[in-house]
Design a protein around this ligand. Sequence first.
Ligand SMILES: Cc1cc2nc3c(=O)[nH]c(=O)nc-3n(C[C@H](O)[C@H](O)[C@H](O)COP(=O)(O)OP(=O)(O)OC[C@H]3O[C@@H](n4cnc5c(N)ncnc54)[C@H](O)[C@@H]3O)c2cc1C
Length: 491
Amino acid sequence: MGVTAHDILRQRTRALTPHPVNGKREYVLCWLMQALRAKENPAIDVAILLGNELKLPVVVIHALENRYPYASHRLHKFILEASLDLQAGLEERGLRFVRWVRRAGDGEVDTVAKLARRAAAVVVDDVPTFVTRSYADDLAQRLSAAVWGVDACCAVPMNAFPDHLATTKQFRAAHTPLREVHLETDLEQTPTVHPFAGELDLSPEDATDLTIDQLDALIEKCGVDMSVRAMANYGGGRSVALERLAYCVREVVPRYKWTRNNPSLEDDSTHLSPYMHFGVLSPREVALAVSQAEEAGDVHPAARYKFFDELLTWREYFHHGCRHIPDFTHWAGLPDWARKSLLDHAGDARERIYDLEALIHGETEDQTWNAAQKAFVLDGWMNNNLRMYWVKQLIRWRPDPREAFAIACYLNDRFSYDGRDASTYGNIRWGFGDAKKGYREINVYGWVPGRSDSALRKRQGVAEWLREQAGREVPRVKVPQDLAEVDRRYL
Ligand SMILES: Cc1cc2nc3c(=O)[nH]c(=O)nc-3n(C[C@H](O)[C@H](O)[C@H](O)COP(=O)(O)OP(=O)(O)OC[C@H]3O[C@@H](n4cnc5c(N)ncnc54)[C@H](O)[C@@H]3O)c2cc1C
């Protein structure tokens, strides 16, 4: 017999506590943190499957803290817009939804734990990074109930690779044969139990009845960083993300292989990463849409291959790395030789040292770099080719490579919609030597390869575009008083 949806949902699930499910409780609680979509969401499907078995309804909670690192108007707005579409989609599926949003000055109410104590089991989305992972682990430690983590972020579940595959070549070879079954098996479950109609007291932070025109007023009250503003070009929730996906399959992916390295093009790449990071889209549905376009003859196999290599190989390889490599998100987790080589060259003379204020606002003497950094601060997103140059330059501009690493993570995490992701740290690690050694030992970088912007600048339209972008005015944003605030998260 072939692999079934149930097998795959089981494979995606891991128990975060040793406690058994308690069928005598009122509902199954599904706590979504980063998989903010109502469909194509294995965490919800596992909760429904369990609920149906126990004849219990599923309650889905989206709880938004105001204390996660880099909480800002930008991130809060993106998340809440996604949350509104999540709610609409869940209600369509016949599931009860509640939303909790912590405002400044609210007391210490542990809402998720309060609802969890009435649940047969808690199902959370299993993400290997950032607060999503620590919040889930933290709940599991405090609760004497079943807590299951469900991988809703990878197309092929992280659990399919129990041993660490050290290179992308090995990972690609192991991942590729599994794609067919994971892309083709529909995991959607239908609830057979009526929605939960009981009382769920979330006061005073209950935001279940939030409407789109109340968003800004609510965010004002949350005490988050209002100097980092939401951008109109991203956000909008799932409806906007699905429209963008359809457009990309038609207009972007067919040319992707040839355009993705040119940041001056409006549709250089898909710009879907914010939606991928917050789980508004699933990698499965993105990959399926592209496969179908290939079958219809609208996407060339070479374009599809290149796109899949980024979306499925590189993205999921970094999630895999995050699972298996200790300290993946910290300087300490870089390869020994790279750390040693960079530190051996910490004393090399640097032409310039820039402080955090100059770096944040893109005020260096390097036009390419300023254009790149302003893309993060002003647009909340940066082209991949530009990011590769951007990360390498930081090593030149701080006396200590450890600080450069922490600043790279900080800038990416704070300003980019897609930051705080396994792909953030995987790629910054690449910049700091988690790749092939250079051919020779060089000043400042040691054996870690450097990167010039000359090839980038030769691409059509790029030099002019960089000049324009670097000239953009950046409103002042809050700057940490002490570099230790930045360092402590990543060293
Ligand atoms: C220094 C540096 C920092 C980066 N930080 C992030 C980050 O914070 N978050 C993030 O998602 N990606 C990051 N990347 C990877 C890549 O730059 C972005 O994923 C990509 O630019 C997003 O744009 P897109 O959605 O148009 O991607 P497309 O090129 O259209 O690709 C489609 C999807 O594939 C995935 N993808 C594409 N390229 C990569 C890659 N190199 N590594 C992993 N996944 C990839 C993304 O999910 C992306 O949305 C970083 C790269 C570098 C060099």
